[in-house]
Write a protein that binds this ligand. Structure first.
Ligand SMILES: C[S@@+](CC[C@H](N)C(=O)[O-])C[C@H]1O[C@@H](n2cnc3c(N)ncnc32)[C@H](O)[C@@H]1O
Length: 379
């Protein structure tokens, strides 16, 4: 018999995901999440399978990814058919069978892996954000916090179309790119469309950087995607085709301690731009504060910028989140995600919220006035 407080907490998390993230987006994951939430035995299994020190809020997504990974190995046939989108498969039976036959494999995956979704769709928002940075005619050194396989470090290689009501209002990147991203603009404002800064260096810090050329590691990237979304799979495969030929140099480490030294060491001719997309949620609050404090200290000595695509509550320089979340918290539309720029220039620092975005880049609601947060001198 498991701890009822812990299993109740997990039930709430699975139902939250089913209602807010999977509904209307990934029906297969919605069915799985609702089945687990309704089964005390499965909730106990997930509770036991999770590493003792795991961040509880991330456990259900990790469980789904572990199931998906098992399906991709092809060893559990009904599960593989379910994940491949066969709606005739009984989701509950497929999951129960997979756990009965391969429960130990799922536990191993959950103990040895973490959620490492490398979502190339985020490059649409990243490109729009990069285009706003006043680099002072310098090329940039792009340094990513939590890059996973580093696919978004190649944002300038992907073709992005920004559309409103089906009309293309602007593009970034080469039209011949194998990665084609479409992002729907919501609301009246349109981001400034201009050339992206030239990216002269690309690196990142991750506790488990993924080598996309390794088949097992690449399978984990695929497992971290949700089923039912062929466009996500297609852009991952297209990005992998580029990145496996030109692997980025990623550092194994903790961004809390290992990112600022990379920033400080960046070529003085370049403007360092720290990029953080859906990574801050995986770093404890005190670690996030230390990381930003270290960047603040560097910002007293040299210009730098930090572009974040994170939940508002994890975004550096944002104190009050209400104006960002209330208008965008539609069920089934994913967790509202804020694109924000923190720019240290000549010793002072400014935070500018730029846009609310779908977490995987499907849409973006640009704000010319920073959501009334306005440009603010934080220095
Ligand atoms: C959800 S993935 C996002 C990956 C990528 N940023 C993207 O948006 O496609 C979160 C990433 O953060 C990394 N991560 C977790 N804790 C970290 C830490 N303390 N320092 C750096 N990266 C971390 C994970 O390993 C994982 O690759």
């Amino acid at each position: 018999m498991g701890d009822p407080v812990r299993t109740d907490e997990l039930r709430t998390l699975f139902l939250f995901l089913a209602d807010h993230d999977f509904a209307g987006y990934s029906p297969t994951y919605e069915r799985i999440a609702r089945h687990v939430a309704a089964s005390p035995e499965l909730l106990e299994f997930v509770d036991r399978a999770a590493a003792p020190n795991s961040r509880r809020g991330r456990v259900p997504v990790l469980f789904h990814a572990a199931l998906h990974d098992l399906a991709l190995t092809g060893t559990s046939t009904p599960l593989a058919r379910l994940m491949a989108g066969d709606s005739s498969v009984d989701a509950a039976a497929a999951v129960d069978l997979a756990i009965a036959e391969h429960g130990a494999d799922i536990v191993t995956t959950m103990r040895t892996r973490s959620v490492q979704t490398n979502e190339v769709g985020r490059s649409a928002a990243i490109a729009a954000g990069l285009a706003t940075i006043d680099t002072g005619d310098r090329a940039i050194a792009l340094i990513e916090c939590g890059p996973s396989a580093g696919l978004n470090l190649f944002v300038d290689r992907w073709h992005v179309e920004l559309l409103r009501d089906g009309t293309v209002l602007g593009t970034f990147g080469p039209s011949s790119s194998p990665v084609q991203l479409c992002c729907e603009l919501r609301g009246p404002d349109t981001p400034p469309i201009g050339p992206l800064p030239s990216i002269a260096a690309r690196t990142g810090v991750d506790p488990a950087p993924i080598d996309a050329s390794d088949p097992v590691q690449a399978r984990w990237l695929r497992a971290c995607l949700w089923p039912d979304l062929p466009e996500r799979s297609a852009r991952l495969e297209a990005a992998l085709s580029v990145v496996t030929l030109e692997p980025p140099s990623l550092v194994r480490g903790d961004a809390v301690t290992d990112l600022a030294p990379l920033v400080a060491a960046a070529d003085p001719e370049l403007l360092p731009v720290v990029l953080s997309t859906w990574a801050m949620a995986y770093i404890p609050a005190d670690g996030r504060a230390s990381l930003v404090a270290a960047l603040d200290a560097i910002g007293t000595r040299r210009d730098l910028a930090m572009l974040t695509l994170e939940e508002p509550r994890f975004t550096p320089g944002i104190d009050s989140v209400d104006q960002f979340t209330s208008a965008y918290d539609d069920e089934g539309d994913g967790t509202p995600t804020l694109l924000s720029l923190r720019h240290w220039r000549e010793g002072s620092v400014m935070t500018t919220p730029l846009a609310m975005c779908h977490p995987h880049g499907r849409w973006m609601a640009w704000s010319d006035d920073g959501f009334d947060h306005g440009e603010r001198d934080d220095g």
